[in-house]
Ligand binder design. Structure first.
Ligand SMILES: NC(=O)c1ccc[n+]([C@@H]2O[C@H](COP(=O)([O-])OP(=O)(O)OC[C@H]3O[C@@H](n4cnc5c(N)ncnc54)[C@H](OP(=O)(O)O)[C@@H]3O)[C@@H](O)[C@H]2O)c1
Length: 269
């Protein structure tokens, strides 16, 4: 059983949870943890093969291939959740991308894609899911990041996307409370998913040891079961500065970027 109480409703047994970015490091850990607690899952990702692999590992789950850049992605998710389970209790947005480097060295297209993926797409998607979440008196969980609280040089655009998402979450927590939908803003420190090894642009700073994705997923699942929780700050994961890039390493990012050799892993260059 996985109770997901709203502030005005009784806990839901075996809630229907949609995980956007379920094929990612945090998304898959969250999906597995919630499945273990009894959730019925709607898994999403962009890669059909990886999505199928995850669906097979989590029997009984539904899945939908979607891209947050598509304004209609939310309609697809609503259709999938409705067809499979007839409802949606929790929407977890665990999709996102990162980029590194000074602003001067960051191409316009990278800034645009960061905001499209990390802010605009999630808001488009949430709009479409609101009627189902309102009907279930449900919850939306947004994966922001520690840099929303501690923006870093060499990560200005990424930090700005996460601060924007957390700002939207703070406003939405109050706006949606009136209609019985809870917003949980989650700002994890660096976590060992490999995200920093596949940036859209630039090279990562030297990072301290990251958190275990399974432990992060467990903390998020526990918070989901606490009806009055509206945020998980970086400190709620047990540590902050030790898992954020150091100022020294941020300077090293800048120098890497100004060398012009900072396009590792950039699929859209
Ligand atoms: N890892 C960390 O240190 C850390 C710390 C704090 C916050 N976060 C945040 O947590 C979230 C998940 O990060 P992660 O570490 O799990 O990264 P990840 O392993 O790279 O997973 C990212 C997920 O986002 C999906 N995605 C990317 N672009 C998308 C798009 N346009 N439309 C739909 N899905 C898209 C990916 O799908 P594909 O499989 O199709 O690429 C993948 O499922 C991100 O928002 C990240 O900023 C991460």
């Amino acid at each position: 059983m996985c109770p997901v109480p709203g502030e005005t409703t009784q806990p839901v047994e075996n809630p229907v949870v949609a995980v956007v970015g379920a094929t990612g490091g945090l998304g898959s850990a969250i999906s597995r943890e919630l499945a273990r607690r009894g959730a019925r899952l709607v898994l999403t990702g962009r890669d059909p093969a990886r999505l199928q692999e995850l669906s097979e590992a989590l029997p009984g789950s539904a899945s939908a291939v979607l891209d947050l850049h598509d304004p209609d992605a939310g309609d697809l998710l609503v259709a999938s959740a409705t067809a499979a389970f007839g409802r949606l209790d929790v929407l977890v947005n665990a999709a996102g991308i990162v980029a590194f480097g000074t602003l001067a060295d960051t191409p316009d297209i990278v800034i645009e894609e960061l905001f499209l993926t990390n802010v605009v797409g999630p808001l488009w998607l949430l709009r479409r899911c609101l009627p189902l979440l309102q009907a279930s008196q449900g919850t939306v969980v947004q994966l922001s990041a520690v840099v929303a609280e501690q923006p870093l040089p060499g990560m200005a655009a990424y930090s700005a996307t996460k601060a924007a998402l957390s700002a939207a979450d703070a406003a939405l927590a109050r706006e949606l409370r009136r209609v019985g939908v809870r917003v949980l803003d989650v700002r994890p420190p660096h976590t060992n998913t490999g995200l920093h090894e596949r940036p859209l642009h630039g090279s990562p700073p030297r990072l301290s040891e990251g958190l275990d994705p399974q432990e992060v997923a467990r903390v998020i699942a526990d918070a989901l079961a606490e009806p009055k929780r509206h945020q998980l700050a970086a400190a709620d994961f047990g540590t902050t500065s030790s898992t954020a890039p150091t100022s020294t390493s941020s300077q090293s990012t800048s120098s890497q970027s100004t060398s012009g050799q900072s396009t590792e892993g950039a699929p859209h260059e």
